[in-house]
Design a protein around this ligand. Structure first.
Ligand code: FAD
Length: 629
């Protein structure tokens, strides 16, 4: 009946599919990764970059659990930057620009080296069902593959429609066919389907750019890797550049909005609020006379440059005309024009926390198909789906993560509880426990879970245990080493911190003083310890102390939030007057018009930080008491 049979089939080798297939195979399930084009495994459809605020946290969580994205980007990243370096560790996040082609090659190499994993090229056109359980897939080329579980990770390909100016055509992304038959099959099976939209900027020819007209953006001197296993970033690092649009560009866009499929009404799907097109930016932020652009080279061996910040679906000729108005782009040539794409997604409220559909046994869904946007959001869903698909075949208990355990838990819970009404991306504000969900402690939080699942390699577990011991020793030293008035450093350090430190203070207490840094604490550690201490470990130990007080307040605030459901929201209440609420949060509140605080808490897509801000406003509690921001 089947040409081949597997335990698990993963459809799609994007960011979700790669993690899913890798996890499932490494857990011992015979796994097939089936995709339209094997040369495009791990293709980055848009920005060649991984990480960023909250997304970088997720990559580290994936790595801590035993996933692969962090290692692949560490080997192929060409510009690493730790974002928010000057702010608290809870909101710092790693980001790296990738060499797009190297990333694909490395991802394929990693997958091909994975035991139990079989790559198959071709388009899946239908699911084979028996007694409401998926038992295989049917390929366009007439092959039939059998499976005990199937993960669908088809990204933007389901009924994908590309728009550039007045032209509209069917595609999964530029140069690749849409998945129309599979989309129809899912609709036929009764899956609740919606439409979303996203877009991408033009890629331009680096040889036609006057680079001197742009401001260089250098990489970090000491690149911080994503993976806890990476000792050093070996790829040569490159510079990116920053530029700006101008009022003339904006006016020309305004004059030509009728040519934008977004504004002419052709595009019906809702786009990602936080990656708006340049047309959207010009209309929605009409008071701004310029918008920032990032010129990001796509790799070491290519002239192609990604123009971050200029996502557009205007006609190609107009894209070129607009770019040439920007100083430095007078001679620029476009290699690939920008475009917008509309695609089907499946309402994720029909999923379990294991990523398995409640509609059909053995069918798991992961990535953009669930209404999310972003490689990292896709990859972590793939990891969860891959683990659970393998577990379901092996009769093992479900693997789930709680909201206070990981950003991955927050994302999955948000999706299945609230669904999406616009492309969902992660933010730190979506997590109640964001002070504890730091990027640097992702391994402390999750590696024991990865080990228990059987995904973490023995060498990684050994490395993790050594690090855990080192940090425990450090915490001990910080709590018990006293810095005394008699120290030769006392005068200089009191001066640096601008205060008298009393007769004796522990290093943990000293670390909490304003102006204190990890370098300063390092200088005061016992001499015999100093030569062995790693600064990254010290930073983690210090962050634990720094946040310990806030964490207690965080818990208190959550409890408080849960006890005010009867509190009335006055009818005339203006949510816009609450400082710190984003436009998205205000819009969601205004749309829902809650009458009491209990209803506020139930509004889909409202972040915990926003819920807390509303409560503070309604009760008059001080912002400090809530410790949420
Ligand atoms: P994808 O990476 O899309 O991978 C899907 C895979 O499924 C592909 O390998 C494909 O070949 C395969 N496939 C599809 N159908 C079949 C089939 N029937 N049979 C076999 N294989 C199949 N994200 C952002 O965060 N910001 C942005 O600004 C942004 N802009 C984007 C712009 C564009 C034009 C596109 C296309 C995407 C953009 N994204 C953006 C989204 C980002 O690319 C996705 O979130 C991410 O790639 C999703 O990963 P995924 O694994 O779910 O799907």
């Amino acid at each position: 009946m089947f040409d081949e049979s597997f335990d698990v089939i993963v459809i799609g080798a994007g960011h979700a599919g790669c993690e899913a297939a890798s996890a499932s195979a490494r857990l011992g399930a015979e796994t097939a990764l089936v995709t339209i084009n094997l040369d495009l495994i791990g293709q980055m459809s848009c920005n060649p970059a991984v990480g960023g605020i909250a997304k970088g946290h997720v990559v580290r969580e994936i790595d801590a659990l035993g996933g692969i994205m962090g290692r692949v980007i560490d080997r192929t990243g060409i510009q690493f930057r730790l974002l928010n370096r000057s702010r608290g560790p809870a909101v710092q996040s790693p980001r790296a620009q990738a060499d797009r082609s190297l990333y694909r090659t490395e991802m394929r190499r990693v997958l091909e080296a994975t035991p139990n994993l079989h790559l198959r090229q071709g388009a899946v056109v239908d699911l084979i069902i028996e007694n409401n359980k998926v038992i295989g897939v049917e390929m366009q080329d007439t092959r039939r593959f059998g499976a005990k579980a199937v993960v669908v990770a088809t990204g933007t390909f389901l009924n994908g429609t590309i728009h550039t100016g007045r032209r509209t055509f069917s595609a999964g992304r530029a140069g690749e066919p849409a998945s129309i038959e599979l989309a129809e099959s899912l609709r036929r099976l009764g899956f609740p389907v919606g439409r979303l939209k996203t877009g991408t900027p033009p890629r331009i020819d680096g040889q036609t750019i006057d680079w001197d007209a742009f401001e260089p953006q250098p990489p970090d001197e000491k690149p911080v890797p994503f993976s806890f296993a990476t000792e050093k970033i070996e790829q040569p690092q490159i510079q990116c550049f920053i530029g700006y649009t101008s009022e003339r560009v904006h006016q020309t866009i305004r004059d030509n909005l009728h040519q934008s499929p977004l504004y002419s009404g052709k595009i019906k799907g809702i786009g990602p609020r936080y990656c708006p097109s340049i047309e959207d930016k010009v209309v929605k932020f009409a008071d701004k006379d310029r918008h920032q652009l990032f010129l990001e080279p796509e790799g070491h061996n290519t002239n192609e440059v990604y123009l971050n910040g200029f996502s557009t679906s205007l006609p190609s000729a107009l894209q070129l005309e607009l770019l040439r108005m920007i100083p430095g782009f007078e001679q620029v040539q476009i290699i690939r024009p920008g475009y917008a794409i509309e695609y089907d997604f499946i309402d994720p409220r029909e999923m379990r926390s294991t990523m398995e559909s409640t509609r059909m046994d053995g069918l798991f869904l992961a990535g953009q198909i669930n209404g999310t946007t972003g490689y990292e959001e896709a990859a972590c869903q793939g990891l969860m789906a891959g683990i659970n698909a393998a577990f379901s075949v092996q009769g093992r208990n479900a693997f789930a993560l709680a909201r206070d355990e990981a950003y991955i838990g927050v994302l999955v819970d948000d999706l299945i509880q609230h669904g999406v009404d616009e492309p969902y991306r992660l933010f730190t504000s979506r997590a109640e426990a964001r002070l504890t969900l730091r990027h640097d402690n992702a391994d402390q939080r999750l590696s024991p879970r990865g080990k228990e699942a059987g995904l973490l390699a023995d060498s990684d577990w050994e490395r993790f245990n050594k690090k855990r011991d080192r940090i425990a020793n450090l915490r001990n030293a910080l709590d018990f080493t006293r810095f005394r008035r008699s120290s030769v450093e006392y005068a200089s350090i009191s001066q640096i911190l601008g205060c008298d430190l009393g007769d004796s203070i522990t290093l943990s207490q000293l670390a909490m003083r304003q102006g204190s840094t990890s370098e300063l604490i390092y200088r005061l550690l016992p001499g015999e310890m100093r030569s062995e201490v790693r600064i990254a470990d010290l930073e983690t130990a210090l962050a634990d102390s720094l946040y310990s007080g806030y964490i207690a307040k965080q818990r208190l605030a959550t409890e408080r939030v849960n006890h005010h459901d009867a509190l009335k929201v006055p009818e005339s209440f203006q949510f816009r007057t609450i400082s710190g609420l984003s436009n998205e949060m205000v819009e969601r509140l205004e749309r829902a018009r809650p009458q009491n605080f209990g209803q506020v808490r139930k509004i889909g897509g409202l972040t915990p930080a926003a819920v807390s801000a509303v409560l503070v406003h309604l009760t008059g509690y001080s912002a400090e008491n809530t410790a949420q921001n």
